[in-house]
Design a protein around this ligand. Structure first.
Ligand SMILES: *[C@@H]1O[C@H](CO)[C@@H](O)[C@H](O)[C@H]1NC(C)=O
Ligand SMILES: *[C@@H]1O[C@H](CO)[C@@H](O)[C@H](O)[C@H]1NC(C)=O
Ligand SMILES: *[C@@H]1O[C@H](CO)[C@@H](O)[C@H](O)[C@H]1NC(C)=O
Ligand SMILES: *[C@@H]1O[C@H](CO)[C@@H](O)[C@H](O)[C@H]1NC(C)=O
Ligand SMILES: *[C@@H]1O[C@H](CO)[C@@H](O)[C@H](O)[C@H]1NC(C)=O
Ligand SMILES: *[C@@H]1O[C@H](CO)[C@@H](O)[C@H](O)[C@H]1NC(C)=O
Length: 298
């Protein structure tokens, strides 16, 4: 992961070009992960495996009957969420905490999510809301989640939709933007059908403008910059962190489920109004060779 001069990058690569990049993923993937988590030949296999590419109707139907917030946890965590209103999902790569009861989000300092309960002892959970938890997250500001009776429900803004908190600390590298932010956002919030407010900490305005088309199709509300909006907000529920399945990968049957790689490609094609889905559809395709100075960069 690396930081880059924002302006330099935005003039270099627009959101549309980034999508073209997506269509060349398998090539880049070979290079990046020759021996990593999913080997290239496996990835190709995944792309052509029907169960992964097309979720079964049963899964989709089952999930559709579930509340969007409940879809983010399963098994014992789902039971805990239903019983207490709060649960965290710990997966191989990701850590996501969900509250399906009213929360008060303080952005007056670093973000604190307060979940009012009747318990007199305060319970504290700290989350660095970034998709790949195995990365070095020192630049991701932690979000504090407090449960207890030590708060009053006084809000400056009362929202009718849940909030999703994530950090955009690492951007400036096309691979990480898609792998760590765009795809995890799609996995985590697509099923909310835009009825979700994004709170982006470690705010990177350039990331928002580059991917404004994608973001505005994922959330119908303006993305909040907590550092600029120092106030107290009430929400009917909240999600802290983003789900992550694997390198540039969406697993249809994994949490929250129901979206496949092909759904994501279709989403991109619709978002950018792409005329062609495959190079074979273009009469005279132009071959572009890009020289990369170092791995993962352009
Ligand atoms: C606290 O307990 C009271 C009385 O039992 C109940 O009405 C209220 O809903 C509870 N509040 C929370 C946040 O659980
Ligand atoms: C608030 O966030 C900043 C930036 O990540 C960090 O340096 C600081 O320690 C945090 N403060 C608290 C009280 O967590
Ligand atoms: C929390 O609960 C304890 C015990 O019931 C009570 O003494 C205390 O006043 C409560 N705190 C608040 C802020 O309501
Ligand atoms: C309860 O809230 C007050 C005021 O916000 C704070 O000073 C105090 O430390 C809190 N108590 C606990 C146990 O967190
Ligand atoms: C803070 O957020 C609220 C609710 O989303 C919004 O109405 C308000 O304009 C924001 N204020 C600032 C200073 O960004
Ligand atoms: C997809 O998710 C399911 C459920 O978590 C898991 O059993 C399966 O191994 C995953 N598939 C891949 C290819 O990671």
């Amino acid at each position: 992961m690396e930081f880059k001069n924002a302006e330099e990058w935005s003039s270099l690569i627009s959101g549309t070009a980034a999508v073209i990049f997506l269509l060349t993923l398998p090539l880049i993937f070979t290079d990046l992960f020759g021996s990593s988590v999913i080997p290239f030949h496996k990835w190709k296999e995944y792309l052509s495996t029907p169960q992964i590419n097309f979720c079964s109707r049963e899964i989709k139907k089952m999930l559709q009957e579930q509340e969007p917030l409940s879809r983010l946890v399963r098994g014992g965590d789902l039971m805990k969420l239903e019983a207490t209103g709060f649960a965290c999902d710990t997966a191989e790569h990701s850590f996501v905490c969900v509250a399906n009861r009213p929360v008060i989000i303080y952005t007056t300092k670093n973000i604190t999510v307060y979940i009012p309960t009747n318990q007199t002892v305060q319970e504290e959970t700290s989350v660095r809301p970034y998709a790949r938890q195995e990365d070095n997250l020192q630049y991701v500001t932690p979000v504090k989640i407090l449960q207890g009776n030590n708060t009053s429900r006084v809000c400056q803004y009362d929202h009718q939709i849940p909030a999703v908190i994530f950090s955009s600390a690492f951007t400036g590298n096309l691979f990480h933007e898609f792998d760590d932010l765009i795809i995890p956002l799609f996995i985590t919030i697509r099923h909310f059908k835009s009825r979700v407010l994004l709170i982006m900490e470690d705010h990177n305005p350039w990331f928002l403008s580059k991917y404004s088309k994608i973001i505005s199709r994922l959330s119908g509300y303006q993305v909040m910059n907590p550092a600029a909006n120092r106030s107290i907000h009430c929400f009917p529920g909240s999600v802290v962190g983003l789900k992550y399945h694997n390198n540039l990968f969406l697993n249809c049957s994994d949490i929250p489920g129901g979206h496949s790689m092909s759904d994501f490609r279709q989403f991109l094609a619709e978002t950018y109004n792409l005329k062609f889905w495959h190079v074979s559809q273009i009469r005279n395709p132009t071959l572009i060779l890009v020289s990369r100075e170092k791995p993962g960069g352009f």
